[in-house]
Design a protein around this ligand. Sequence first.
Ligand SMILES: *Cc1c(COP(=O)(O)O)cnc(C)c1O
Length: 447
Amino acid sequence: MADNSSNPTDDPLGAVDTPTPRRKPKPEVTTIGGRELKPSTLMMGHGFDPALSEGSLKAPIFLTSTFAFENAAAGKRHFEGITGKRPGGAEGLVYSRFNGPNQEILEDRLAIWDGAEDALCFSSGMSAIATLMLAACNTGDVIVHSGPLYAASEGFVSKVMAKFGVSYVDFPAGATREELDEVMAKAKALAEKQGGQVQLIYLESPANPTNALVDIEAVRDARDAAFDPDLTPIAIDNTFLGPLWQRPLDHGADLVVYSLTKYVGGHSDLVAGSVCGAKRWIDAIRALRNTMGGIADPNTAWMLLRSLETVELRMERAGKNAEKVCEFLRGHPKVEGLGYLGFIEDERQQDIYNRHCTGAGSTFSVFIKGGEAECFKFLDALTIAKLAVSLGGTETLASHPASMTHLSVPDERKAALGITDNLVRISIGIEDPDDLIADFEQALAKV
Ligand SMILES: *Cc1c(COP(=O)(O)O)cnc(C)c1O
């Protein structure tokens, strides 16, 4: 180091303070004069103290598989905490399958957005969902879920959980309180017959690609009437609207699941997932994650910390862009209709939207007049929008679910879900909105 003369240390190597990951960051400032700081403010520094990392303003990436104990007694103390031989649990880091500094900071910051007590990060959205379901259920148990779900989630329930003797009862996303009461009764009867319990209510809202919203409050009321809320949590996949436009914990959900790959990561350059909620639910999921090793890696966690600093800016811009693009598409002679939360036609869906959502998102369906051939002409003519699955990135993406993501769905179910041959799925990015409209205009002209 060139000039370290102002350094008061007498350590000849100039090492001010060896960073030890077991040290706690200094107390967090989350309020000023009684004012609670907003998530967008806390994303810049919450959970990280530069003094523990040589003054580095940003958290370094901690590439290590294991963490050194200060002495043998500290090692013993840690394992006494883990095994429950000493009350209060274990503190600090020990091995990277369990956790690391980057992932811990990420989890602290993720919890803030949903107002959750605790959060866990995973190597993918599916890893989060699979770990949640496996942690919740025993043989004979029943999962109640809304439909449709993300295809891999639906497959995990119906095929993988089935291998362990766990069955499911599903209901359409828009179900009313009365319909939900019937679903809960049916699930209860099935669980009793199988000698199990209804251990998980799993929602996805809005559903993909129908954009149908689930009435979380009605599900909570139906759950409270049928089951013990302390034994049957409600989890919800909030990937499409979270964390900005829907906060499910405020409406009766107990756990919120994300594919961080989408809006939170937001740059289409990583795959990750998360679950957040009350500590008592999270602890059981953490125990299984620690065993199976589905935690996000340090590099991905670091990239997500960077992404979280701009998530509000990006989502706000993408939401505004989508509104403008949908206004344009709505009146276009080659467009038959739109599946966009900004233009809901159903009264009950609008009511759910008004109670649960603060924005319409930037992922929607556009129904082109014609069928597959017309959609393909439109997709092939787009120049800004890329033809790819996924959503929530800075760039605009377009896809044709009937021939791509939902190709393997039986025709009957496709029809029931409204996945027609003339449906194009669009995720709007943060480009200039008028450039996007110009692109859609010229592409529609080629149909
Ligand atoms: C993408 C997605 C998932 C799966 O997440 P991965 O990160 O790809 O594992 C789950 N749910 C929804 C709604 C998604 O869009």
